[in-house]
Design a protein around this ligand. Structure first.
Ligand SMILES: Cc1cc2nc3c(=O)[nH]c(=O)nc-3n(C[C@H](O)[C@H](O)[C@H](O)COP(=O)(O)OP(=O)(O)OC[C@H]3O[C@@H](n4cnc5c(N)ncnc54)[C@H](O)[C@@H]3O)c2cc1C
Length: 412
């Protein structure tokens, strides 16, 4: 017989989106459960850069000080590495620093990178301190309606528990297919983009520089993160990766590992990567994920609220996914906390949240899609290189358009 426990809200997934909504609701007196399938700390495919515009929100979530103490150096320059081209330009400053509701003005004007093995733990610890009940490692496998309530079936090994709540939040990301109505189906197209990421130590990349990488079949980025680690991440087309993995030796064809193929391709096609990694050492294995699914989805569907990547995702070429995850969690929690009880109240909150989501993030999603489209079309890396060589300010403008200086509503 499965155990049963009742809450005001059940959050599925403890990435930045899930913990942001869980923490905010718990601080407003809600009884919240969070379900996370992985044991923490865990590494994750992600470049790990976060813009400074989130700092006031992190302060509100009570991890601002820990983030400042642990994150890597301030990123004051944005770059472009492709082929032999290495160009850089100033990173735009989050003007006057973000300002919290209490009028406190933070001085952090530039983004920094913090490993997801650390960031996600800090957020989850803060949620635990705020009274959130954490089910981990535990996978949500089904959601069923039960009158005004919904039932979420969660599994840890052979043990099943039923959680019951009127509010369900899908914060499980968007890259893994699964049985929940908010999870994507399986796809396998040659144009799919697969995500890769690794940490290195001993890199010679300038600590305040974050270059965008453009190479045949994909794009990526590098940034100095916490504790001397370099985070390198990229997206590559499935068909390009298949080609790279087939090694044509003198006598026969063989397959190299996906990680080796990606690493070699990055080094061969970007001088800047080659130089940065020349005397660096891998810190842990390469990770892979995807296919990624950029685009705007639904924020509220079939009585399930969605935050973070589950609601919508920009191409990671602009490194804004963590910001969108944290901020969408905050937006949803603010709407839910002020909504009247009952289904009509939830539906009205869902509509207001969706409108706020689109106002805040749509431009970023479209700007990233346009930039990724250029980076991925054959030969265009050469064109991009020519443009930024002659007009490096385009990099600063691109960073601005991607939302790096956009304040979070409620924190201006
Ligand atoms: C190559 C690459 C580089 C990137 N670089 C950056 C960057 O530099 N900066 C940036 O801001 N963004 C970056 N991003 C994007 C960023 O990683 C995501 O947008 C962000 O992680 C989304 O957060 P989330 O909370 O929505 O989902 P996630 O972080 O994916 O968290 C979802 C959580 O849900 C859990 N989960 C999934 N299914 C279940 C289930 N059934 N039951 C219980 N738990 C479940 C997962 O284990 C996971 O912990 C990058 C992405 C890629 C692919």
């Amino acid at each position: 017989m499965a155990r049963l426990s009742t809450h005001d809200a059940i959050i599925i997934g403890a990435g930045p989106a899930g913990t942001s909504v869980a923490l905010t609701l718990a601080r407003r007196g809600w009884a919240v459960a969070i379900v996370e399938k992985s044991a923490f700390p865990r590494r994750k495919v992600c470049g790990e850069y976060m813009s400074a515009s989130n700092l006031a929100l992190l302060d509100q979530l009570e991890i601002g000080e820990a983030w400042r103490a642990n994150a890597g150096p301030e990123i004051r320059r944005v770059g472009f590495f492709s082929g032999e081209t290495c160009v850089e330009a100033p990173m735009p400053h989050a003007k006057d620093g973000p300002r919290a509701n209490d009028g406190h003005c933070a001085k952090d004007g530039f983004g920094r990178a913090l490993g997801r093995d650390i960031l996600d733990c800090l957020l989850l610890q803060s949620a635990r301190s705020a009274g959130v009940e954490i089910f981990q490692p535990c996978r949500a496998v089904a959601i069923d309606r039960d009158g005004e309530m919904q039932m979420v079936r969660i599994q840890a090994g052979n043990e099943t528990t039923m959680l019951r709540a009127p509010v369900i939040v899908a914060a499980h990301g968007s890259w893994e297919p699964g049985p929940l109505p908010s999870q994507p189906g399986k796809t396998n197209r040659p144009s799919d983009l697969l995500g890769f990421k690794a940490h290195f130590t001993g890199s010679s990349l300038a600590p305040d520089l974050m270059p965008l990488l453009a190479f045949p079949g994909g794009y990526g980025g590098m940034v100095s993160a916490d504790h001397g680690r370099l985070s390198i991440s990229c997206c590559i087309r499935r068909d390009m990766l298949a080609r790279l993995r087939t090694h044509h030796g003198p006598k026969h064809q063989s397959r190299v590992s996906a990680a080796d193929a990606v690493c070699r391709h990055l080094m061969e096609s970007c001088r800047g990567v080659r130089d940065a990694l020349e005397s660096a050492h891998a810190d842990g294995a390469w990770l892979a994920a995807g296919p990624i699914r950029p685009g705007i989805r639904s924020c509220y569907e079939r009585d399930i609220f969605r935050v973070g990547n589950a609601a919508g995702e920009s191409h990671p070429i602009i490194a804004e996914g963590i910001s969108m995850a944290l901020q969408s969690g905050w937006l949803l929690a603010s709407e839910l906390a002020s909504a009247p009880d009952g289904r009509a109240g939830r539906e009205a909150a869902g509509k207001r949240y969706e409108a706020a989501w689109k106002r805040l993030f749509s431009t970023r999603v479209y700007a990233a899609a346009a930039l990724a489209g250029i980076a991925l079309s054959p030969g265009s890396a050469t064109l991009m290189a020519a443009i930024v060589r002659n007009f490096p300010q385009a990099l600063t403008l691109g960073a601005q358009l991607s939302g790096k200086t956009k304040p979070v509503p409620g924190f201006v």
